[in-house]
Design a protein around this ligand. Structure first.
Ligand code: PXP
Length: 244
C-alpha cells in the first residue's frame, strides 16, 4: 500500500461554536494555525449562503494567514463564484446546498447541470483555482465531472459513514473503492469526505490512490476532549497506519 493521504481539516464547527455567542472566541484563525501546526495538510471552510458558520471576513483572514492550502467549499452560485475569484483559494469544492439542511446532504447532481457547473468551473479554473466536485460514488456523476472539466472529485462518504449494518458498510466501501478506480481511469484526482471518524476513516484512507480526506465534525468534536492539535494528530496517525 504505502501511500500518503493528505488530511484536510474542516474547521466550520469551530466557527459554529464562536457564533453561538456572537464574539470572537474561539478564534478561528488561531485554531486553523494550530491545526496546521499539528500536521494537517490543508484547511477547509464552507461559506454557506446563510453564513451559518464561517463568514466572508473569515475567508479573507484565513486566505492571508494560512500556511497550507485553503479549500473553499461552496455552492456553484454566482455570488460564491465571485467571492472565490476575489479570494483565490488554492481549491474550491463545489457542493450542493439547501437552506434547510443541517449539513451537506448527498452529492452534487453534475449530470443534470452540465452547462451551469461547466461555466462556473471554467471561471474558477481560468483564475488558477483547482476545482473539485463533491459527488456520490456514481459512474454517471464521475463521467459528468470529467466532461465539465473538473480535475478533482470528492467522493461523498456519507452513505458509508451512516451504514447501520456491517453488510451495508462493506457494500458502501466497495462502491467507494470501485468509484475511486473508475475516477482515476478517467484521469480525475480522488478525494473523499463526510461523516468520517476515528473509527471508520482507516478503510477510506487505504483506498488505492486516495489523494485527500476532508474531515470536520468528528475531529472538532474529539477536540473537546483531547484538544485540537491532539485530535489532528490522532487522525493523522490512523490514516498513516492504514496506508502502510
Ligand atoms: N467534505 C464536504 C464536501 C463537506 O461538505 C463536508 C461537510 O461540510 C465534509 C467534507 C466534512 O464532513 P464532516 O463534517 O462530516 O467530517
Amino acid at each position: 500500500m504505502n501511500q500518503y493521504v493528505r488530511l484536510g481539516v474542516n474547521i466550520d464547527h469551530v466557527a459554529t461554536l464562536r457564533n453561538a455567542r456572537g464574539g470572537s472566541d474561539p478564534n478561528l484563525l488561531q485554531m486553523a494555525l494550530a491545526v496546521e501546526e499539528a500536521g494537517a495538510d490543508g484547511i477547509t471552510v464552507h461559506l454557506r449562503e446563510d453564513r451559518r458558520h464561517v463568514r466572508d471576513d473569515d475567508v479573507w483572514l484565513l486566505r492571508d494567514h494560512l500556511r497550507t492550502p485553503m479549500n473553499l467549499e461552496m455552492a456553484a452560485t454566482d455570488e460564491m463564484v465571485q467571492i472565490a475569484l476575489k479570494a483565490t483559494p488554492k481549491a474550491c469544492c463545489i457542493v450542493p446546498e439547501h437552506r434547510t439542511e443541517v449539513t451537506t446532504e448527498g452529492g452534487l447532481d453534475v449530470v443534470n447541470q452540465i452547462s451551469e457547473i461547466g461555466a462556473q468551473i471554467a471561471k474558477l479554473s481560468d483564475c488558477g483555482i483547482e476545482v473539485s466536485l463533491f459527488i456520490d460514488p456514481d459512474t454517471e456523476q464521475m463521467q459528468a465531472a470529467q466532461e465539465v472539466g473538473a480535475p478533482v472529485v470528492e467522493l461523498h462518504t456519507g452513505e458509508y459513514a451512516n451504514a447501520f449494518t456491517p453488510e451495508k458498510r462493506d457494500l458502501e466501501l466497495k462502491r467507494l473503492e470501485e468509484a475511486a478506480v473508475f475516477a482515476q481511469r478517467l484521469g480525475l484526482i480522488v478525494n473523499a469526505g463526510h461523516g468520517l471518524t476515528k473509527f471508520n476513516v482507516a478503510p477510506i484512507a487505504s483506498i488505492g490512490g486516495m489523494h485527500e480526506l476532508n474531515i470536520g465534525h468528528s475531529l472538532v468534536a474529539r477536540a473537546l476532549l483531547v484538544g485540537l492539535p491532539e485530535a489532528v494528530r490522532e487522525f493523522r496517525l490512523i490514516m498513516d497506519r492504514a496506508c502502510r
